[in-house]
Structures are given as C-alpha cells and as structure tokens.
Design a protein around this ligand. Structure first.
Ligand code: ZN
Length: 303
C-alpha cells in the first residue's frame, strides 16, 4: 500500500476488493467474510492477551434503556451523536395516513412516538446499572463487545455510524482503576505494534457539543481522563484512534450508586478497541489480501 494516505483511496480499495459493501448511506456498509475473519482473529488475539485478567464476560444487544441513557448525561455532552428509537403507536386512521405519506414520499416522522429504547451510544453504557450497590474489595472487571451507533454520516471510511467495540470495564477504588487503565494503555500500544502497526498513545478529548463543550474538552485533557492509541490510516498528521481509554472518575458511581467496599463512591474506567478501525489499519498497512501479510503478523492472528 505504501506510506501515502488518502481517505478516498482507502475507501475505494476496501470497496474494490469487496471487503466492505456500500449500502447507500454514508458511514454504513456491509463487511465480507475476509473482513469478518480479520475482525474475529483480532478479537481472539485480544482474548489471548487478556486471558489471565479474570474478566466477567457480558453481552448486551445494541439498544439501551432510555432511562439509563437519560441518566448517563450523554445528551448534555453529545446531543448530535445520539440515536433515539421511535416507532408507530397510532390507530387505524393514523396508519392509513402513515402508509399514504410513505408511498407519496412525504414526511412521516410526526406519526412516530418515542420508545423506551435508544441505540447504544457507547459499548459500555448497558453495564453500569448492573454495578449498583457495593462492589467487592478488588472491584470488578467486565469484558464485552457491542455495536455502537453515532449519528455522524461521513464518506471517510474510518468514521462509521455503526461499528463494533470490544470493551473492558473496570470498577473499584480510584487507584485500582487508574493503575489498570495505565497497564492497558501500554498493552494496547504493544498489541498494535506486535501486528506491525505504527501505534502510539496520546492524551485525547471527546467531541463535546457547543461552546461549553470546548471547556469540557480542555478539562478532560488537563486531567488526562482520556487517552487514545492511534495509527495513521487515512492521514499521517491526524492518525486514527483505534483504542480509546476513558477514566470516568466517580461519574457513573454517583449516577448509579456504586460503592466500594469501604463505602466510598466507586470509580470506573473503560477501554474499547474500535474493531473495524483495527481491521482497516491492518488492510492499510499490510494490503487488502491477508494471505500476503507479513508472516509475523499472520502468526499472531492465525496462530
Ligand atoms: Zn466505555
């Protein structure tokens, strides 16, 4: 592939080799068997690295209880990214209107009402309510994977509206949580470099909304609450985050009443691998055909 970077070239290459299948909406596409195999192999590789950590495995559907979503304060920070699920709850008369409007190509949004669900805005959100109460002295560690939705249509292939995140969540006293986050930050870089990817870690911030958001982002950086492992995929100057590390301090502890064994508010932190982004980084750096990848990389993913 060489060391030149272009969003359009990567997209065209992924589509041209059949790895991703456009569906008409920017940021949404299908994945073929080769893409999925790479994704699963990477997932297995992470499992092997983390096998002695003693994580509890959990799996949630890509939907979140709207009440949990409201409590999480996501809308205060990222209203532009959220996806709320609406459905039809009318009677015959409204149904007739709905059908005729859809067939006539007219707007029909006003005939939908809000359900009790939103699309999962971050892979770890469904787990926090399950921590309510007192966690064991050593805290807890959860291993999960989920589809995440973000309302940010883009033609840039690494900026997707729906993608999978392999996520680990740690809850416990602040020193335990921060030490765990730091251990994984090093591990995340090592994992990527062992796959022949030029990864580095850096302090980061979330895309908080509006003018107030700029302050929140500055504070987040100052307190080093967010780190990312990045790899150049579509740009050398603006490398792509493939793994994100967030220390929430006692944000979720407060909201969901999570206590440590000594009765204090628990801290939480999470780290998530953007699975599709990792695959795209591998395709960018090693080529679109995994059979031709360097032996050292293949040995790691196909042991
Ligand atoms: Zn998370």
């Amino acid at each position: 592939m060489g060391a030149t970077y272009s969003s359009q070239e990567l997209y065209d290459g992924l589509v041209g080799s059949g790895l991703i299948i456009p569906v008409g909406v920017p940021g949404i596409f299908g994945r073929n068997a080769v893409f999925e195999d790479v994704l699963r192999r990477f997932d297995d590789h992470v499992s092997r690295v983390a096998k002695d950590d003693g994580a509890e495995k959990m799996l949630f559907p890509p939907t979140l209880d709207r009440k949990v979503f409201e409590k999480s304060e996501f809308l205060d920070s990222f209203p532009q990214l959220a996806g709320t699920i609406f459905s039809f709850s009318g009677k015959e008369k409204e149904h007739a209107e709905l059908s005729s409007r859809v067939h006539a190509g007219e707007s029909w949004g006003h005939l939908q009402t809000m359900t009790d669900l939103v699309l999962t805005p971050a892979a770890c959100y469904p787990v926090y309510p399950s921590f309510t109460g007192t966690v064991p002295e050593a805290g807890r560690l959860v291993d999960m994977q989920n589809w995440v939705f973000r309302n940010e249509p883009s033609t840039e292939p690494t900026r997707m509206q729906a993608f999978r995140v392999r996520e680990f969540v740690r809850v416990g006293p602040p020193d335990v949580v921060v030490a765990w986050r730091n251990m994984w930050l090093e591990r995340g870089v090592t994992i990527m470099r062992s796959l022949g990817l030029p990864a580095k870690s850096e302090v980061a911030n979330d895309p908080f909304f509006g003018r107030g958001g700029r302050m929140l982002a500055a504070t987040q950086r100052e307190q080093q609450l967010k780190f990312e492992v990045t790899i150049p995929v579509i740009s050398e100057e603006k490398p792509t985050a493939v793994c994100s590390f967030n220390w929430h301090q006692d944000h979720f502890g407060k909201i969901f009443d999570i206590k440590t064994a000594d009765g204090k508010l628990a801290n939480t932190a999470c780290l998530g691998f953007g699975m599709e982004r990792v695959c795209m980084a591998l395709f960018k750096h090693h080529g679109f055909d995994p059979k031709t990848w360097p032996a050292a990389v293949r040995e790691k993913l196909w042991p």
